[in-house]
Write a protein that binds this ligand. Structure first.
Ligand SMILES: [Zn+2]
Length: 161
């Protein structure tokens, strides 16, 4: 996926997440979209820095880098939401483009991708980006609405209510 695809994916995902978390569509929704959208878009741009430093689709396209961004806010108290941008970049490279990414780099140089991906230069790249984004939002919706319900049900059963 090229830079345009990654930026559009991050922006659309952030708008969706903003509405998911603040569904009213008021100023608070807009504030949430900006609060999430800026760090997510920056995060989505980060992995391709390895086109200039290191090996592309390897050096900054792996799980240790993602874990680092997930842990960063807990350790240093800032850069929240950046990991979502890094994660969506990986998802788009794995699912949306032909060449995969080296998830386990530097331990294992093998690049992993899904066979549904299209070439970066393909005219269907934008369509693929939209499909991946819709899939991500469907998953996020399930996580936000279903997982708390399961937890509630499980809690009730454990407590025998
Ligand atoms: Zn990439």
């Amino acid at each position: 996926m090229n830079k345009k695809g990654h930026v559009l994916n991050a922006v659309l995902l952030s708008i969706g997440l903003g509405y998911l978390l603040e569904p009213v569509g008021d100023l608070e929704t807009f504030r949430t979209i900006v609060m999430i959208g800026v760090p997510v878009t920056l995060g989505a741009l980060f992995p391709d820095v390895d086109t200039a430093f290191g090996k592309h689709r390897k050096t900054l396209h792996n799980l240790p880098i993602l874990i680092g961004f997930v842990a960063f806010p807990f350790v240093f108290g800032n850069l929240e939401y950046v990991w979502i941008g890094v994660l969506t970049h990986y998802v788009l490279d794995i699912a949306g483009s032909k060449r995969g990414i080296a998830l386990f780099y530097p331990l294992w140089k093998e690049e992993f991708g899904l066979p549904i991906g299209v070439a970066v230069s393909s005219t269907r790249a934008d369509l693929m980006m939209v499909i991946v984004t819709v899939g991500e939002l469907a998953l996020a919706t399930a996580l936000v609405f279903e997982v708390p319900r399961w937890g509630f049900e499980m809690g009730r059963q454990v407590l025998g209510l």
